[in-house]
Design a binder for this molecule. Structure first.
Ligand SMILES: CC(C)(COP(=O)(O)OP(=O)(O)OC[C@H]1O[C@@H](n2cnc3c(N)ncnc32)[C@H](O)[C@@H]1OP(=O)(O)O)[C@@H](O)C(=O)NCCC(=O)NCCS
Length: 192
């Protein structure tokens, strides 16, 4: 998997592109990840549980790149040029991942997830990233995409339902969520 040039997705507003993660962009992606995990309580990992530094982040990205059927893909945003015509830097604002099973009997099944920085919610980024993941999953021959979402996370539940994920079950009181106490996880999956 190489980063190459990002693709502008027709369904996204101007300024956004989607492209696979590149180890050369590890520091920007580490900072983005820390911000994302700090902005929401709706992930299993806390900010310090992603990557401590750029080297560790680069290792994570390389693992995705060399694992068959895996993908880490980001949405990047470039603000319009300022009054003097100077281009702003492109910054990562969203991410989706796909992690296949490690064993022969589960390698056609992948766990997926997505997150978007709050300032960029509601612009179709999560939907576009999940569609990119699904296209890669089909190309890899995956049969099933699965995830868990915390019960109070209505926004994400609607996103996944809208993308055709079915509710398969509930892990009761499986996560200690700050501000909520123990909550259920909803198990959702889509058969391809
Ligand atoms: C959930 C999340 C990924 C959605 O990202 P987003 O880029 O705002 O989503 P999109 O703009 O692509 O919208 C996709 C769908 O999300 C749902 N959605 C969007 N805005 C919503 C809102 N205000 N209320 C409820 N659902 C909403 C809708 O189903 C929407 O589809 P539609 O536009 O066809 O109605 C984002 O809110 C987020 O990162 N939340 C924190 C992290 C998280 O919860 N990740 C999932 C962990 S399982």
């Amino acid at each position: 998997m190489t980063s190459g040039v990002g693709t502008a997705d027709d369904s996204l507003p101007d300024g956004y592109v989607i492209r696979p993660a590149d180890p050369a962009e590890a520091e920007a992606l580490r900072r983005f990840g820390a911000q994302l995990l700090g902005e929401t309580e709706f992930f299993l990992r806390e900010p310090a549980e992603r990557a401590r530094d750029a080297a560790e982040m680069a290792g994570v990205i390389r693992t995705f790149a060399r694992t068959d059927g895996a993908l880490m893909v980001n949405g990047w945003y470039r603000a319009p040029a300022d009054g003097d015509g100077r281009d702003a830097d492109e910054v990562p604002v969203a991410e989706a991942v796909m992690i296949p099973g490690r064993l022969r009997r589960t390698r056609a099944v992948a766990t997926v997830g997505v997150g978007v920085l709050r300032a960029h919610w509601g612009r179709g980024l999560a939907r576009a990233l999940m569609r990119r993941i699904e296209a890669a999953a089909r190309a890899a021959g995956h049969r099933r995409l699965e995830l868990s979402v915390f019960a109070p996370n209505m926004r994400a539940r609607r996103l996944y339902e809208g993308l055709g994920y079915d509710h398969e079950g509930i892990k009761r009181r499986s996560v200690d969520l700050p501000g909520h106490g123990p909550v259920d996880e909803w198990l959702m999956a889509k058969l391809l």
